[in-house]
Unconditional design. Structure first.
Length: 269
């Protein structure tokens, strides 16, 4: 298969990537055959899988609007993915055109596409960095000048911490981000869970391990809640994706009680 124009040189087209698999699940066009096959295998195991992705995107939009209601106008979106409808900068800049957004991803396709759509947008950019190396990530973020780390920041970790295994010490990474932002900052987290449908979680975890070098680590409610240590959880706490401050029926992509994702928002005081 020939490399499409949107794919940066050197990208491995024989290896599925979580960013492109997720894009395929959302019906996007920045994915390869191998990613579509992996997404199809996931759907064959758990047919409502695309609904989890939609439910997660709906939480992302509600969380950004909530943070803006709290006065946060700058966002540090880590594991931001391949841009799709309703991105953080679109939600934030529609409310306040001066909002600032720094997208971070480890996947070169995600970063290249984000840069392309952000051309001409002085308040937003994208960098390639690794959440597993928070010191380097924070240094690279400072260098962009997009975020003023003296003012409250919205740290966004949507559907990314479950791509980090225990050996990657995700809890320490979240703690490093907590230390880097001032009081009045927030963290928003969504995460795949074993809490609701443990059998489906096990099937998808095993499938991901087969399909890509990066595993998916479904975690319990307690493990996900532990990421908020040091942050003050805002109401309603860590809940299923569609139950976090739903605004309308459009937020109900998954049936409560069956959502494969948990979500929460915490404040640094
Ligand atoms: C499932 S997508 C989520 C995209 C977006 N945050 C959302 O919720 O719609 C997860 C993203 O995390 C990125 N990612 C995985 N491991 C990462 C790491 N160690 N550092 C930065 N990004 C990472 C992937 O490349 C992918 O784009």
């Amino acid at each position: 298969m020939e490399r499409p124009a949107w794919a940066p040189e050197g990208v491995d087209m024989a290896q599925a990537s979580p960013a492109r698999m997720y894009d395929a699940l959302l019906g996007g066009s920045h994915n390869f055959e191998i990613d579509r096959r992996a997404a199809e295998m996931g759907k064959a195991l758990v047919p409502d899988l695309p609904r989890v992705a939609l439910s997660n995107r709906a939480f992302l939009r509600r969380a950004v609007r909530f943070l803006m209601d709290q006065g946060v106008t700058q966002f540090f979106d880590i594991g931001s993915g391949i841009p799709t409808a309703g991105n953080v900068h679109e939600v934030a800049q529609e409310i306040d055109p001066n909002s600032r957004v720094l997208y971070v991803d480890i996947d070169p396709v995600a970063v290249a596409h984000a840069r392309a759509i952000l051309r001409g947008n002085p308040g937003a950019t994208a960098i390639e960095a690794d959440l597993r190396k928070p010191a380097e990530l924070l240094a690279a973020a400072q260098e962009t000048g997009i975020i003023d780390f003296e003012r409250p920041v919205g740290v966004l970790l949507f559907a990314v911490l479950h791509l980090l295994g225990a050996d990657d010490r995700p809890g320490e990474t979240v703690a490093a981000l907590h230390a880097a932002v001032p009081a009045g900052s927030y963290v928003a987290i969504s995460h795949l869970t074993t809490a609701t449908r443990p059998e489906d979680a096990a099937k998808l975890g095993a499938n991901a391990a087969d399909q890509s070098k990066v595993g998916i680590h479904f975690r319990s409610r307690e493990e996900i809640t532990a990421f908020f240590e040091g942050w003050e959880l805002v109401e309603p706490g860590v809940v299923e994706l569609p139950l976090w401050r739903p605004e309308s029926d459009l937020d109900q992509h998954e049936t409560p009680g069956r959502s494969l994702g948990l979500a929460g928002v915490g404040r640094k005081s």
